[in-house]
Design a protein around this ligand. Sequence first.
Ligand SMILES: O=C(O)CCC(=O)C(=O)O
Length: 364
Amino acid sequence: MSNLQDWPEPIVRVQSLSESSLHTIPNRYIKPPHDRPSLTIFDSTVAEANIPIIDLAGLFSDDKVLHAKIQDEIFNAARHWGFFQVLNHGVRPELMDRAREAWRDFFHLPMEMKQAYANSPKTYEGYGSRLGVQKGAILDWSDYYFLHYLPLSLKDYNKWPASPTDLREVIDEYGREVVKLCGRVMKVLSTKLGMREDHLQNTFGGDDFGACLRVNFYPKCPQPDLTLGLSSHSDPGGLTMLLPDHQVSGLQVRKDGKWITVKPARHAFIVNIGDQIQVLSNANYKSVEHRVIVNSAHERVSLAFFYNPKSDIPIEPIKELVTPDKPALYPPMTFDEYRLFIRARGPQGKSQVESLKSPRCCSS
Ligand SMILES: O=C(O)CCC(=O)C(=O)O
């Protein structure tokens, strides 16, 4: 872990670069041509579509037929897309708006107030501007704030911003509500794999699961065609509930080799399957590559809430999902070990989970 003690180069805040009225971006942010976003609809790497949108209202009723229909929709979306939006999910719209705007206010505080929370790669908690510690790496056009919500042993209000004054309270309540929503989706994912509804949650360590929040701030960019707000990656954790900016799109999901720009529905959450659920489900559910594009006219704020297994228990394919036809695709690994990869190397598509596939599977 010694290489995760400090950043390899002085940290530059992307927001400061953006506010300095540059007309061209520094070379550090220019992606190689094959990674650059395509901002025209005439490009063959871009597809016009949207990810599935699922109305969860029926899950709160006693209507069994409706339950089954929604469960099927979630199952299909989780299997074939790895990404979907949910509406009427139980989290109050005003709470969602306040959470996002409290963080926007944070990013607009004077720099010295934000610097008080500057993070290091040791835990990543606090105000950051890069993922990964590789010296000379090409960086993404974004700043972020990362904090632990659960387990309680890692939750430390001193590492959450004290300003805006209601931020801690808002994020506490927001976290409680989003955790409940994650629990609901976990039950559906478990049931649809033919297991008890609490089975998947139990493999996360039951009540000892983890949760953390990364708030992404993508400043305006004078050359959005040369860079990315966040490079392609799959999420290393279990399940992600993303609250996107309601006014500015930017998230792109990879589907059948093409990039789809997600059109967020008002007050929807964007749900995506992370690598840990791909592993536990023995690839019945798949994590999917996604990235973020930026633009020259608007900043963008998003809140990615990560619902993760307890970090020190081995995560491996659930026994019931391992058969002679489909042997275990992944070796056991704790989430603590697993996330060291992205913490050290930064976002790298799906390379980590793919590289773990056991030789037995890949030679057949
Ligand atoms: O900003 C977004 O829309 C996506 C953020 C994301 O993928 C992440 O934080 O892992």
